[in-house]
Design a protein around this ligand. Structure first.
Ligand code: CTP
Ligand code: CA
Length: 229
């Protein structure tokens, strides 16, 4: 697409986007991680900058991606580091988009030395909860601030993707929830996404199967329509 054709409708806004997947260390060489590529967060940052926003991108581990032009990059690794960076820059921002896959749990203990195999059974890995960054942002939200969450959902025995997503939006209390339908090769490590954009005001927009840039454009369209300067 020709970037000159994009609206400059985010001019004057400071947006913070988190991207990638956090890693929770077990010992100096091992971690618990996830499959997030970071591509959706990077697309959000790139499109926002192209539409005139000042953009801070807080990126945990991603596949190799070029830093989008004009975007301020903050690199983090663990969920705790991501939380600190997002709260620091996000508190004063106009919009925070939590596209990162943040680990829900971390190993309770970080071994100082590499864990060795022994003849007996391995010790179980004990986990504890990480802070929920999105929930913290929502708790401290300023009236004019817009908070956007992401959810990768699968249908299961208790309901379909939309059913789970509506419940998550209510639980999270964000202004928008971007829902990716996952499973069967969708969303993670792929170039195209489909899903829904659910708004706290009840609006539900279906996002057709398309590129991560197209999904990003749909998210910023929704943000721009919510934003009251
Ligand atoms: N999130 C966050 N901090 C966490 C976990 C998740 O900010 N510790 C954010 C994600 O970046 C995403 C949203 O919360 O924007 C939803 O994440 P998700 O994992 O779908 O929700 P959870 O509440 O963790 O529920 P689940 O049990 O389905 O993992
Ligand atoms: Ca989670």
């Amino acid at each position: 697409a020709n970037p000159d054709a994009l609206p400059r409708d985010l001019t004057g806004m400071h947006v913070v986007v988190s991207a990638g997947g956090t890693r929770e260390p077990l010992d100096p060489v091992r971690y618990l991680g996830n499959r997030s590529s970071g591509k959706q967060g990077y697309a959000l940052a790139r499109v926002a900058a192209a539409r005139g926003a000042r953009v801070t991108l807080v990126a945990a581990h991603t596949v190799s991606l070029p830093t989008p032009a004009g975007v301020d990059l903050v690199s983090v690794s663990t969920a705790a580091q991501l939380r600190d960076a997002v709260i620091e820059v996000g508190t004063a921002a106009d919009v925070v988009v939590m596209a990162a896959a943040v680990a829900d749990f971390r190993p309770s203990e970080l071994a100082q030395y590499k864990i060795k195999k022994t003849d007996g059974e391995p010790a179980p890995v004990v986990l504890e909860r990480n802070a929920d960054v999105l929930a913290e942002l929502v708790r401290h939200r300023r009236p004019e601030q817009i908070i956007v969450g992401f959810a990768a959902e699968t249908g299961d025995g208790t309901g379909d993707v939309l059913h789970h997503a509506r419940a998550k939006l209510r639980r999270k209390g964000s202004d928008l929830l971007v829902v990716n339908a996952v499973g069967e090769g969708q969303a993670f490590e792929v170039e195209d996404n489909a899903g829904w954009l659910l708004a706290a005001n009840g609006d539900e927009i279906q996002i057709p199967f398309g590129s991560k840039s197209q999904l990003a454009a749909a998210v910023w369209d929704a943000v721009a329509s919510l934003h009251q300067p």
